[in-house]
Design a protein. Structure first.
Length: 263
């Protein structure tokens, strides 16, 4: 790709941009979006201390990556990112409350945990998620992380959790190796499991799998969110290889670097 072509791509008007929340008001706006999606849309029981907002004890230790609609300034998607250094300061990763991660955390290198990812229902689609992933790629590149990890949720179908059917849809290369299999601290109860393929693989988990994430071990039953969580792990060298040429090299070849915080 020529430098002129790169400049042409980056000079096109964009509907969405990604950025890190830099002030309390912006963080509160992401928490309001989370509350709308998780509590009002999904019916989750949130143990929050602020009405109308999904707030928990981890938020103050995380960076909050968001997608903003350029025309309106509205926040339409968000996720939160917990680095290994901040997890140590807090005392653990969020995922450690659901899974035994001893095998995973024994890997050499830096870890970044992603969580509480959601998209405004009026803006769901590949463009918003792509914008969010581009922001994530820039973040992990700048932070020199080695692994991305987190929990991805799967809602029950009409008759319960189709654990086996969902796992049959996951390709062999999308399953982590045995030595990295995590142990669920609250497995899906047998009476809540059903053999039918009712729920399938939800779009967000599909997006994680397309990034190159692997599912490691059996799922956790999250009673508050009424969903089962699977643990995902990504060797970030794969993400960097995929995105570096397309986005980071393009950024360096244009004036894009003059707009800090946007990806």
């Amino acid at each position: 790709m020529s430098a002129s072509t790169v400049e042409s791509i980056w000079s096109r008007p964009r509907r969405y941009v990604a950025e890190i929340a830099r002030d309390r008001a912006t963080v509160r706006a992401t928490q309001a979006l989370r509350y709308h999606v998780f509590a009002e849309e999904m019916g989750a029981r949130l143990h929050t201390r602020i009405d109308g907002h999904d707030v928990d004890e981890l938020d103050d230790y995380c960076d909050h990556l968001l997608v903003r609609e350029v025309q309106t300034g509205r926040i339409v998607a968000c996720t939160r990112l917990l680095s290994d250094t901040e997890a140590a300061r807090f005392g653990r990763f969020y995922s450690e409350g659901e899974f035994d991660l001893n095998g995973v955390l024994a890997l050499p290198g830096r870890f970044l945990e992603i969580g509480r990812t959601c998209v405004d229902p009026r803006h769901r689609g590949s463009v918003v998620l792509s914008t969010l992933w581009n922001g994530l790629a820039e973040y992990v590149y700048q932070g020199r992380f080695n692994y991305l990890m987190g929990c991805a949720s799967i809602s029950p179908g009409p008759h319960g959790f189709s654990v086996d059917a969902v796992y049959r849809r996951i390709e062999p290369e999308q399953r982590g190796p045995v030595e990295l299999a995590v142990r669920s601290k609250n497995p899906v109860p047998g009476w809540m499991r059903c053999p039918q393929d009712e729920s399938g693989i939800p779009p967000l988990l599909q997006a994680y799998l397309r990034l190159g994430c692997q599912v490691c071990g059996e799922p956790y039953w999250d009673e508050d969110f009424n969903c089962m969580d699977v643990f995902i792990l990504l060797d970030l060298s794969k993400l960097q290889t995929r995105y570096e040429r397309r986005f980071i090299a393009g950024k360096a070849a244009s004036n894009y670097a003059e707009t800090p915080g946007l990806v």
